[in-house]
Design a protein around this ligand. Sequence first.
Ligand SMILES: O=C(O)c1ccccc1NCC(=O)[C@H](O)[C@H](O)COP(=O)(O)O
Length: 267
Amino acid sequence: MGDSEEIAPAVESILATARERGGADGRVDVEPRSLTDAFADAEADGRVPVIAEVKPTSPTAVGERTEDPVALAEQMVEGGAAALSVLTEPEHFGGSAATLARIREAVDVPVLRKDFVLHEEQLDVVEADVILLIVRFLDEPGTGDLADLLSAARERGFQVLVETHTADELARAVEAGAEIVGVNNRDLAKLAVDLDTFERVAPDAPEGVTLVAESGIQSPADVARMRRAGADALLVGSAIMDHGAPAEETDVTANTRRLTTATTTHE
Ligand SMILES: O=C(O)c1ccccc1NCC(=O)[C@H](O)[C@H](O)COP(=O)(O)O
C-alpha cells in the first residue's frame, strides 16, 4: 500500500485473505468480448457507457442482496448496461467465480472479474473478458509486479482495467502499459468516497487511454459530472444494487436505466 499509510481494517482483512488465495488447475485462455467496442456501441445508441456491478455486499454496504445474481445481471443489461462487473471475492463481498461463470454464460456483454489479484496464478481462476489490477496493492513485497501481471493477463486473452486513485498511480499505470484505466473515487485506505478524485486525476491521463470513473456514483447528476470530467465509462455498484432496500422495493433495471439514460456532455 505504500508509505506508512493507515489502512482500514476491512481492507487489511481483504488483502490478508487475497494473499492466501491460490489459482486453479490449468491456465485460463479467454476469447474476450471487447470492452471498448461495448462502450462505443452504447454511445452509438445514446446510452451512457455503464459497467454495472453485481456486488451482493461489501464492507461499506448496508445490507446484502440475496437474489439470484444471474437475474440481477440480466436486469442490469435490460437497463442498458454496456458491461458488467462481477465480484468474485467471497469473504467480504459475497462473490464467487462460479457466479461469474454463470453470469457470463447468461449475458452477451463483456464481464469484468472484480477481485483483488495479487499474483499471476490468481489470474487462472475463471474466464472473464476483463480483469482488474489495482495499482495500490501491487509492486509490494509479496505481490506481483504491475507490468508483469499486465503482460501475463494479456497473454491469457484478458483485457485489463488498471485501477488507480492518485496522479502518481495513474502515471505508474500508463508507464506499465495500461490502456484502460479506472480512477477509483473510493480511497481504499480509508474507504471514504469523493468524486473530486476523478476530477483531480483524469486530466493527467494521456490521449488514447480509456478512462473509467469508479465508485460513489449515485445519480444522473453524478454521471453528468464524471462525464464532464472526461469519463469514457462509469463503474457503478451500490446505486444499482440498492443494498439497504427490501428486494420487493428494488428495481435493478430502473436503477441502471436511470444512469445509462442520464443527460451528459462527454469532454
Ligand atoms: O465497496 C466497498 O465497500 C469496498 C471496500 C473495500 C475495498 C473495495 C471496495 N469496493 C470496490 C469498488 O471499487 C466498488 O465496488 C466499485 O467501484 C463500485 O463502487 P460503488 O458504486 O460505490 O458501489
